[in-house]
Write a protein that binds this ligand. Sequence first.
Ligand code: PLP
Length: 401
Amino acid sequence: MNVTRELFDEVMVPNYNPAAMVPVRGKGSRVWDQEGTEYVDFAGGIAVNALGHCHPELVNVLKEQGEKLWHLSNVFTNEPALRLAKKLTDLTFADRVYFANSGAEANEAALKLARRWALDHYGEHKNQIISFKQGFHGRTFFTVTVGGQAAYSDGFGPKPGAVEHASYNDLASLEALISDNTCAVMMEPLQGEGGIISPTPEFVKGVRELCDKHNALLIFDEVQAGVGRTGHLYAYMGLGVTPDILTTAKALGGGFPIGAMLTTKDIAASLKVGTHGSTYGGNPLACAVAEKVLDIINSPEVLEGVKHKEQLFRDGLMAINAKYNVFSEVRGKGLLLGAVLNDNYQGRSRDFLVASTAEHLMVLIAGANVVRFAPSLIIPDEDIKEGLARFERAVAKVVNG
Ligand SMILES: *Cc1c(COP(=O)(O)O)cnc(C)c1O
């Protein structure tokens, strides 16, 4: 069969518009396409391939588990799921874990849990969910409605109700909406899709205080920011604010689909037998891989390395900017960074992405004005240097038309 990019348009639903080249192989932070052309990967599968492509220890654990046990459903439990849950609870504020298969599913569980917890403890009136404009929480109908871009949830019929949106980094806007009818506030501790926006320390602390005042649960969506991405195992650890529920996915599986919702014993008690579930959640293949990902990332070498590599990116991007004057700032934390286009390049992030691909570099965007970088947390320094050299050529091309 002749598999080409053209085949995509013939057989796939048109909700994506992938690049012209078709990748076939990856190793570390390098990827090769059908023609054998090599790319440097600064995209990391959208903050998923936290240990690069085909990390030998992940390949091994997947092969080993693949010869033991693939799937059971939750009619039975399994060793990899229990080991992973034990480690997640030992390493975080949480004492209970629910496994899902994606970020959206982990968030769906978090939102349903918050509603059920409020019903159990306070009654039906306490059902309001507050989240933030530009926030992103996934594409199921509930999570996309909670997300802060109406364009993503419009046009699918009646939306789940009692969902409202405050402005990120604007405590007064949250204060104006929150009340004793609020069951949960959901936020990203670093907005990813929305443009790589960090919360101010006063804002996160203030959100926590308002939740406490109104007996509302604070849900941190760490699907993109978690698992070492910011240089902390979870982003909340670097903010000094602890959520009541935390969701994690993307990097957790290093490329194998998995999601998880973490919470306390008391809150978890509201998801009684039969209240929620998933056929694949806690799948032994996914959990075996995720356990290895967690073991590798939760080490001083990897987490310290993220901070060092962040500096390489920042220095390199600022050097490019000194020559070409395209960015107003580089923002974000750890290896979730955004180069923000200045006034002369508004709305043109896609041009930089396309030019980068032509220079054999994979990057991401976060909206129309931000070029986003979310590479492997262990990307070799040489690959950062080489990728930035390619990015400089791409920037030069955009600047010179
Ligand atoms: C990617 C993302 C999601 C959705 O995860 P999926 O695995 O695509 O369902 C949810 N929240 C945040 C913050 C994300 O970045």
